[in-house]
Design a protein around this ligand. Structure first.
Ligand code: HEC
Length: 155
C-alpha cells in the first residue's frame, strides 16, 4: 500500500485541527491584563524594596543577582501589558493607568525603555559583584519608576 494516502490524510487532519487550536488560545481579557500588570508592579515593588533593605543591611550585590535579573525581566514585559482600552475608567477594573499612555504612546514607551535600561544595568552590576555601583544604581531605578508614574500613573 502506498504511503501517500496516509500522508494526505495526516495533512487534511492537520488542516482541520489547526484552526481549532488557534481558537483555543483565547486572548486575555482587559480585566485579566490589568490584574496581571498590577500584580507584576506589586511584585516588582517588593523585589525592589527587598534589594534596598539588603544593601542597607550590609549585603553584597552579588547575592541580589536573581532579584535584579527578575526585575529586569519584568521591565521588558510590562510595556506589552498596556493594550488600548485598558486605561483608567475604560473597564470595570480599578486601574490607575492614565489615558496619556495612549495619547502619548511614544513618551510612555520612552519611559518604559529607560526603566528597562536602568534595571538591565542594575542586573549587570549585581552580576559583577559591584556593591557600591549597585547601590547607586538602585537610585537610578527609583528615578525611572518615579518618572513614569509622574506622567502616566494616577495618584
Ligand atoms: C513605564 C511606566 C512605569 C514604570 C517604569 C513603573 N511603573 Fe509602576 N505603574 C505604572 C502604571 C501606569 C501603573 C498603573 C497600572 C494600573 O493600575 O493599571 C503602575 C502601578 C504601580 C503600582 C500599583 C500596582 C497595583 O496593585 O495597583 C506599584 C506598587 C508600582 N507601580 C510600583 C512601581 C515601581 C516600584 C517601579 C520601579 C521599580 C515602577 N512601578 C515602575 C507605570 C510604571
Amino acid at each position: 500500500m502506498s504511503k501517500l494516502p496516509v500522508l494526505a490524510g495526516i495533512l487534511v487532519a492537520g488542516a482541520l485541527i489547526a484552526p481549532g487550536l488557534a481558537q483555543t488560545a483565547a486572548p486575555l481579557s482587559p480585566l485579566q491584563i490589568i490584574a496581571a500588570r498590577q500584580a507584576a508592579y506589586d511584585m516588582s515593588s517588593a523585589t525592589f524594596i527587598g534589594m534596598i533593605h539588603a544593601v542597607k543591611g550590609g549585603g553584597d550585590a552579588k547575592a541580589e543577582g536573581d532579584s535584579a535579573a527578575a526585575l529586569a525581566k519584568w521591565a521588558k514585559v510590562l510595556p506589552t501589558l498596556f493594550p488600548a482600552g485598558t486605561g483608567q475608567g475604560q473597564t470595570t477594573a480599578e486601574s490607575k493607568a492614565k489615558l496619556e499612555i495612549w495619547s502619548d504612546r511614544a513618551g510612555f514607551d520612552k519611559a518604559a525603555e529607560n526603566y528597562i535600561a536602568q534595571t538591565t544595568k542594575l542586573s549587570a552590576l549585581a552580576e559583577a559583584g559591584d556593591t557600591p555601583g549597585f547601590t547607586a544604581q538602585l537610585g537610578e531605578v527609583k528615578n525611572a519608576c518615579s518618572a513614569c508614574h509622574k506622567d502616566y500613573k494616577a495618584r
